[in-house]
Design a protein around this ligand. Structure first.
Ligand code: S3P
Length: 439
């Protein structure tokens, strides 16, 4: 094990410049999985070269798929066709990645061979019954630990049949897991969503030539079809861009431009919430790239106000809620977040992590089982030492607390930022903050 990595962030006022963010994490995972089971080669550009999607890449290689990679975001995946995956010799280790593990479970549930999916300490605590239960109803044999967490053991050679499933908790991972299992099932697999979640799987399946039936609140696939290899240009990750949007909004001298970011309306909650908060954020040059909407984002120093964020809106920006709570701590008035209990079962308990960190900055907060109330602080944040709990999104959020603090911010345990955004400290430096990386 490496020495823990801490960040030391001195107070800063300037956050200005133009930068690119790395490729979208959700789309990178899906490109690798669909490319692997497509007939013929798939070319991917803009693949996120970070821990999570690389874990998925290692997993498909262990399933017999040849992938040429330049290590800088370009992949050529030699798709083996729908029935081309091979039995892995060892458990597949998805590291920190819930998306990798849950989506692969769907892909593997209907294969002729057994497989086992494992993850790191954080992933080994995350709930898997939400996929194990519906996969079992489809006829899969899935075992979790007694607590419903990984490892996940999948028995091969099962005949799957399509089911109707209603998602009680909004989750694109569960939806995608079942759609992927549905490719190997007889009949139709139909998923009903009470609230919309990111639809990258549906869009990409259609892009690979697979028929997907979509209507309001519902998506279905019939098993047995073929996917055709494609080219996939992965857009910049809106979840990574969110740190720079919020940084520009809360910095006294803030202005950033981020070209080529995915702005899919099923995950643009961060943009909608910032707009409600009165943020100066603009989308320029909107275009379509390979079935996904993309834009150049511009944000600048803003007078933010507190807002109410309900569960449906939170679901559209679930990964950006931590950094939005930091923005709320800099806003005038009170922000109330509700219906976001899912944040407690992400890479860490993000509500607890935000509550603790914001308090240390001198912000008045009250946590609820499913949300939080944040009172905007007009005085500068206090110097503080804050634990990221090994969670990449908590670490990046609190690094930005250096903007408008009256002393240094220390963020502990930032190693896992490499799971989604390896170049984060360098980009933060490029727009005017200092981040010292200390081992
Ligand atoms: C993701 C879905 C979300 C999100 C995660 C990526 C995806 O998780 O938090 O970072 O790529 O499908 P849930 O489906 O658990 O909400």
């Amino acid at each position: 094990m490496n020495q823990p990595l801490d960040w030391l962030v001195p107070p800063a006022r300037r956050f200005e410049g133009e930068l690119r963010v790395p490729g979208d994490k959700s789309i990178s995972h899906r490109a690798v999985m669909l490319g692997s089971i497509a007939a013929g080669p798939t070319e991917v550009t803009g693949f996120l070269e970070a821990g999570d999607p690389r874990a998925t890449l290692r997993a498909v290689r262990a399933l017999g798929i040849a992938v040429d990679s330049d290590g800088a975001g370009s992949l050529r995946i030699h798709g083996a066709g729908r029935d081309g995956l091979k039995r892995p010799t060892d458990p597949l280790d998805l590291g920190n990645s819930g998306t990798g593990l849950r989506l692969l479970a769907g892909l593997l549930a209907g294969q002729p061979f057994d497989s086992t999916l494992v993850g790191d300490e954080s992933l080994s605590r995350r709930p898997m019954r939400r996929i194990a239960e519906p996969l079992s109803r489809m006829g899969a044999r899935v075992e979790t630990s007694p607590g419903g967490t990984p490892p996940l053991a999948l028995r091969g050679g099962r005949r799957l049949a399509g089911i109707d499933h209603r998602l009680e908790v909004p989750s694109a991972q569960v939806k995608s897991c079942l759609l992927l299992a549905g490719l190997y099932a007889s009949g139709r697999t139909r998923i009903e969503e009470a609230a919309p979640t990111r639809d990258h799987t549906e869009r990409m399946l259609a892009g690979f030539g697979y028929e997907v039936e979509r209507s309001r609140g519902e998506v279905a696939v019939a098993g047995g079809g073929e996917l055709m290899g494609q080219t996939v240009a992965v857009p910049g990750d809106l979840s990574s861009a969110a740190y720079f949007l919020v940084g520009a909004c809360i910095a006294p001298r803030g202005r950033v431009r981020i070209p080529g970011v995915g702005v899919n309306p099923t995950r643009d909650g961060v943009l909608r919430i910032l707009e409600r908060m009165g943020a100066e954020v603009a989308l320029e040059n909107r275009r379509d790239s390979g079935g996904e909407p993309v834009a150049d984002l511009v944000a600048g120093a803003s007078r933010l106000r507190g807002v109410e964020i309900d569960g449906d809106l939170a679901a559209l920006g679930i990964d950006e809620i931590p950094v939005l709570l930091l923005a709320a701590a800099r806003a005038e008035g009170v922000t109330v977040l509700r219906g976001a209990a899912e944040l407690r079962v992400k890479e860490s308990d993000r509500l607890a992590a935000m509550e603790e960190g914001l308090r240390r900055l001198g912000v008045s907060v009250a946590a609820r089982a499913d949300g939080m109330i944040v009172h905007g602080r007009q005085a500068p944040f206090r110097a503080a030492r804050i634990s990221s709990r090994g969670d990449h999104r908590i670490a990046m959020t609190f690094a930005l607390a250096g903007l408008g603090a009256d002393g240094p911010i220390e963020v502990e345990d930032c190693e896992n930022v490499a799971t989604s955004f390896p170049g984060f400290p360098a980009r933060v430096r490029a727009v005017g903050m200092e981040v010292e990386e200390c081992r």
